[in-house]
Design a protein around this ligand. Sequence first.
Ligand code: ZN
Length: 509
Amino acid sequence: MSIAALNDRIGMVNDVLNSWALLYWDSRTMMPPGGNDTRAKQVSTMKVLAHGLLVADETRRLLDAAETEVANRPAEDADRRIVAQTREAVQHHLKIPADLIRRRAQHASEAAAVWVKARTDSDFSLFAPYLEKTVGMARELADAIGYTGHPYDALMYQFEPGETVTSLRSLFAELRAGIGPVVKATTAVEAPRSDFLERHYEPEKQAAFAKQIAAKLGYDFDRGRLDGTVHPFEISFTRNDVRITTRYYPNFLPASLFGTMHEAGHGLYEQGIDPAYTRTTLATDLVGLYAVGGVSFGAHESQSRLWENHIGRSRRFWDLHYGMLQETFPEALGDVDVAAFHRAINRVRPGYIRVEADELTYDFHIMLRVDIETRLVDGTLKVKDLPEAWNAVIKQELGLDVPNDRLGCLQDIHWSSGQIGTFCNYTIGNVMAAQVLETARAEDPSIQASVDAGNYAPLKDWLTNNIYVHGRRFGRDELLQRITGRTLDPKPYVKYLRDKYTALYGVSV
Ligand code: ZN
């Protein structure tokens, strides 16, 4: 069986990537600071090993044999998909010159150090020459990967295969037209109070509550755990061990609460992948070299957003569970009723900072970044003109005057580490979440009835059967076609935001 031999080989790549993941998880949760330098070398070695195993002659020989074996199978056949995706990944890696990989890694560490200083001093001119070089290397990378439309398409291929600048521009135009008026209408009226979210919340009690909520959503603690960290993330070492993290601020409750639901959503995806795909190409991102089973970054984000926002920030969810939260924090929430709590956790307040943005204004931060990256890569925007371009969009779309570059174009870590092409997945996730949920509700009305009764299992089961179980077998748009009958469609998302926020704020648009 040639396919079995290929699977054994990819299983080794997967093992190495999972070892990378475990070293990484440890560095972000348990490792003492002294481990920093040697750990950086260990994780980098793991990636080099995985890459070497994947592109080795032996892998290609096994791939050739497996290709012959599955040649006459139907296009959707899982083994045939394994072979095609492995071939695509091997070819992708062979296209990128080793010298470019080395130069990018070297530049990333230099640029990251300068970015920290530039951000502290709020001085873009310090960082500009480094960003210039980052953009130049991104263009080199795009040329190596290859593209037919825009060079940015090649960069997105690594995170959101199939996505293009053309399709994103029309998606963004629809989102701006649909959400913009809702932002204007809600910010024109007085914002609800939310001061009580900043009272004292004992971190140990937050942790206990977070665990209960994650379990309620269906996250399986026999194959997972929840730990504290600085910047929350989900990471898996196969579907059998899927870990999530959150952060506990003693004076700000929403961070742990919604961080947990968000990461639990990612976790449900990974825990739900078909056991038969474990250690295979269908549960490994061989292009990005991550042991991730979800099909794209955007598809993954759709599940975190679905559980965090559509379920976790809904009024019904808190009608059911607010009593438990009040009992946990009687001093902080004793005088706050569920309606006030629900309004506070959905408060709209345009701000400068993406990671602090509310649900309604979040996509404007993403669209801004994607537009700017696209124009930097195709040369229609010069790096030196970046702050001006940034500030103009924030003024136009959110009505804010950016006071300095620290609160403007220097805020994200992505460009400092050389990453260009990843931002779109957040907005794609938002759009896909609403589209998928609309279909689930229409297909089986008892799903929403169960959610309204506090039983999330039927929704989780539907998502598992329609999305999670497939791992990476189907592409994102192929998956959407199968589930909803169409590719990415922003209408359900725009409708969801309009309905929710016009009702909450008592405004009409
Ligand atoms: Zn996420």
